[in-house]
Write a protein that binds this ligand. Structure first.
Ligand SMILES: C[S@@+](CC[C@H](N)C(=O)[O-])C[C@H]1O[C@@H](n2cnc3c(N)ncnc32)[C@H](O)[C@@H]1O
Length: 453
């Protein structure tokens, strides 16, 4: 296989045949448009000649760094023309797209326009139609709040402080939250330490016709006393990648706590796995999931203390009542609560809804005898319950001709993919198997997924 770079009509093309699969595995770092004025770095594999749609999007999504000067140029009339043309080329072969744009624009603007067009495509999943006119940086997009979640938060903020509250966003990123707050009617002032990010957030407000004041500043210099509401979504990335430790957040945790303590009403977005001991006393902690995936936790201070779970896009919400689930035997059904309810420690409340009991006091699987349709849990019909043994499980699945399994686990250290291989599945039937503990005994439930009512 050929390997290396060739420079052809201003394009550096890496002909390493493995490049495309590398991109798929590690998109942002693998390829990018170079800042060099003469060359655009694009990795291309030589065979097969035709890329799949997935391959194409892997290439299109792979963006280089966004640079402040290039971004500023993108906002000029010429930059906007380049961006519009790059948008029309979305999905085309990136080498061909770059070649087309280079006939009119220099390499820096070509790179900036193609990168931005790729980011817009990628942002559709989070921002829907708005993504088509918004601007992004790769990190800014990654860290931004999905529109539906930001809208939910803005709605709750306005419930707590109706009217047109003055809100300060102390670390605004590319503006996922500030845009939702401004759109909901808040008067938003926002800061971020990164000048490019501020330029992007400003451009986003303008592109969406929203009013917001966005400046370069450190959150530590924000005066929450001057606003009705403080909002903060600290960066959870370090030089080594994503962090789950609040003490590694930026702005630093003590700065965040100081801001909260000086604000009347405050809302702080944190990782869903935030250890409970970090939640300030008297605060409301809300865990939000979107389509069954837990996205974030929000800490509200200045409103009634609660533990809350919210399911989006449906908007179902529930707070802790303190009910404890009983522990009892397996039943005809097993329910798996939504992750937001589990994180919010609302498993007892979900068990009450389905009339169920826990299989193990420490594990969030609920056994019940009746089929109850609820957004708070996924229900499976139990066909068999076995003490865990690879041999017995393999035999049970063979007898049922189960060749396709979805494996779920809680309270089991087994490696799912290893188990799947060890089961040597054969047959046309499908099943859900649940690995868990039942009063401390490693067990497996063989289940049928129920289609929703
Ligand atoms: C998670 S992002 C915010 C995302 C934003 N809520 C959104 O939806 O687009 C965190 C931001 O905090 C900024 N930041 C980090 N430390 C900061 C500090 N000390 N003061 C202000 N901003 C800071 C980072 O530059 C980053 O843009």
């Amino acid at each position: 296989m050929p390997t290396g770079n060739i420079c052809k009509r201003g394009l550096t093309v890496n002909t390493n045949a493995s490049a495309l699969s590398d991109q798929t595995r590690n998109p942002p770092a693998a390829i990018g448009f170079a800042k060099s004025p003469t060359c655009v770095n694009v990795r291309r594999r030589t065979t097969p000649r035709h890329r799949t749609t997935q391959d194409r999007s892997a290439v299109a999504l792979t963006s280089g760094d966004v640079d402040l000067d290039a971004f500023t140029e993108l906002l000029t009339p010429r930059g906007q023309r380049a961006l519009a043309e790059a948008g029309e080329l979305a999905g085309a072969d990136p080498v061909a797209a770059a070649t087309t744009l280079r006939k009119t624009y220099d390499a820096t603007l070509t790179s900036a326009a193609l990168t931005q067009a790729g980011l817009r495509e990628r942002a559709r999943a989070k921002f829907g139609q708005d993504a088509g006119v918004m601007y992004f940086t790769p990190h800014g997009l990654e860290q931004s709040t999905r529109a539906e979640v930001a809208e939910h938060r803005a709605r709750r903020l306005l419930e707590a402080f109706p009217g047109a509250p003055k809100v300060v966003d102390a670390c605004c990123g590319i503006g996922g939250d500030l845009l939702a707050l401004a759109r909901a009617g808040c008067a938003v002032t926002a800061v971020d330490t990164d000048p490019l990010t501020v330029a992007v957030a400003r451009a986003n407000a303008e592109a969406l016709g929203l009013e917001a004041t966005v400046t370069v500043a450190d959150a530590a210099d924000v005066r929450p006393e001057d606003y009705d509401v403080l909002f903060a979504d600290p960066a959870r990335r370090t030089s080594r990648g994503r962090t789950f430790d609040p003490l590694a957040y930026s702005p630093p945790w003590p700065v965040v706590l100081d801001l909260l303590s000086r604000a009347g009403l405050a809302c702080l977005k944190v990782a869903p796995g935030i250890p409970y001991e970090f939640i300030p006393e008297g605060a409301e902690a809300e865990w939000v999931s979107y389509k069954g995936e837990v996205k974030e936790a929000t800490i509200w201070t200045g409103r009634e203390a609660a533990r809350r779970a919210t399911l989006l896009p449906g908007g179902h919400t529930m707070t802790a009542t303190g009910v404890q689930a009983p522990v009892g035997p397996t039943g005809r059904y097993v329910y798996e609560p939504d992750g937001a309810a589990i994180r919010a420690h609302l498993v007892g409340e979900v068990a009450e809804i389905v009339g169920g009991r826990l299989l193990d006091p420490m594990i969030a699987y609920i056994a019940a005898d009746d089929p109850v349709d609820t957004p708070w849990a996924t229900r499976y019909e139990v066909e068999d319950v076995l003490p865990f043994s690879l041999k017995k499980l393999r035999t049970a699945l063979r007898e049922r001709q189960i060749g396709n399994v979805t494996i779920k686990k809680r309270g089991s250290a087994l490696d799912i993919e290893r188990l799947r291989a060890d089961l040597r599945l054969k047959g046309d039937n499908s099943s859900v198997i649940i690995l868990t503990r039942i009063i401390d005994r490693p067990s497996v439930l063989i289940c049928r997924p129920l289609s929703p009512a």
